[in-house]
Design a protein around this ligand. Structure first.
Ligand code: A2P
Ligand code: 11C
Length: 345
């Protein structure tokens, strides 16, 4: 059966990529409804060369819609996703609003597709830096049981949205013209700088982004024994998050074994040959679907430890692609239905 699909936040950085990915994968819908705020209602987006007019998101926007991909920020999801479910529409939500809600599965199809079975209408798409990390961790966890992960991230500005892409671009131009950079989106200049703050600070002095990586990993991997500690850093890169992972496992894995395991794992491309200076970079991953892994080596300071470098396109696998893959899986497993329309009201 062909379904009616809405994209909420269709004019944003992730929403536009969702449309592109639906097109690339020829997602089987009978109608596509782009929704955004009143600011862009009446503008149009393009799908397979045809223009489709963007409508304003309202509580009653979801009548007759089977599936909605949301990427319009947490408060929009919090407010409107329950109305979508009420109208019988299944929501795949890219915001952080529903991720830790016990009623909502938090899904990366390569890692925990089984969690979709019991959904109640809202499925959460994890944070971009978590997604690429768990895709790389899962096969190693299955082989050797991960005890602890120390992760440091190098995150692109596109994670913040269109306004931050514009801010980096503008600041670079300003500085080349010997002007002072306009600082609006981030607390400090991002051009030619690294900011060890992503999102707000929490009472424990970690940032919210860092705690998302901790909490979401445990939920997705469904293992409270995996300890994660994170430092999240914004870098002046447009597309592609990079991560340095230090992993401690229960069972010993040599770097050769880890390379072999990761080479066979779904959604991963191993890019690792030091003698050829081969390793993944943000520019390797930008525009691609896979999670790239390189610099795989044993941590010589502990008995069972590995270091590796993990890169993915944060807008694609980190957001839009993962959401579309969840939607594909819902269709394939015949799970595109709402059991209780009032589940979130
Ligand atoms: P709009 O373009 O009308 O502002 P980004 O992450 O790139 O900043 O994009 C955010 C997306 O979420 C945009 O499509 C934006 O629409 C949409 N959006 C933001 N706030 C709302 C809202 N209150 N209602 C509907 N859509 C919203
Ligand atoms: C960033 N990870 O790179 C963030 C963006 O929880 O979905 C995504 C925030 C989220 O800024």
């Amino acid at each position: 059966k062909k379904v009616v699909v809405a994209v909420v936040g269709a004019t944003g950085a992730v929403g536009r990529e969702m449309l592109k990915i639906l097109e690339e994968r020829d997602f089987p819908f009978s109608q596509l409804v782009p929704l955004a705020s009143a600011r862009s209602a009446g503008n149009s987006i393009e799908y397979k060369g045809k223009k489709i007019v963007v409508k304003e998101l309202k509580e009653d926007s979801f009548k007759g819609i089977d599936l909605a991909l949301f990427s319009a920020g947490g408060s929009t999801s919090e407010k409107y996703a329950p109305h979508a479910v009420k109208a019988g529409c299944v929501v795949v939500d890219n915001s952080s609003a529903w991720r830790m809600d016990k009623r909502c599965p938090l899904v990366v199809p390569e890692v925990n597709p089984e969690a979709l079975k019991n959904h109640q209408g809202i499925i959460a798409n994890p944070n971009c830096s978590t997604i690429q990390m768990v895709v790389a961790l899962k096969p190693l966890h299955d082989a050797a049981k991960i005890k602890r992960v120390i992760v440091s991230t190098y995150q692109a500005v596109s994670g913040t949205g269109q306004k931050a892409i514009t801010e980096l671009d503008t600041q670079v131009r300003q500085m080349f013209n010997l002007q002072a950079p306009d600082v609006k989106v981030y607390p400090y200049q991002i051009a030619f700088n690294c900011l060890p703050q992503i999102d707000v600070f929490m009472p424990n002095d970690y940032t919210k982004e860092e705690m998302k990586m901790v909490d979401e990993t445990v939920k997705i991997m469904n293992d409270p024994n995996i300890k994660v500690t994170a430092t999240a850093v914004r870098v002046p890169v447009f597309y592609g998050h990079s991560e340095s992972l230090n992993i401690e496992t229960e069972k010993k894995l040599t770097s050769k074994e880890a390379r072999a395991i990761l080479s066979k794992a779904p959604g991963i491309q191993v890019f690792d040959n030091p003698s050829e200076k081969m390793y993944p970079m943000a520019i390797t991953a930008a525009g691609e679907n896979e999670v790239f892994v390189g610099r795989i080596r044993e941590d010589e300071t502990i008995a069972n430890g590995l270091n590796m470098w993990v890169v993915a396109d944060n807008i694609r696998k980190g957001a839009a692609l993962n959401a579309v893959q969840i939607a594909e899986r819902l269709l394939k497993d015949n799970l595109l239905k709402v059991k209780d329309p009032n589940a979130f009201m």
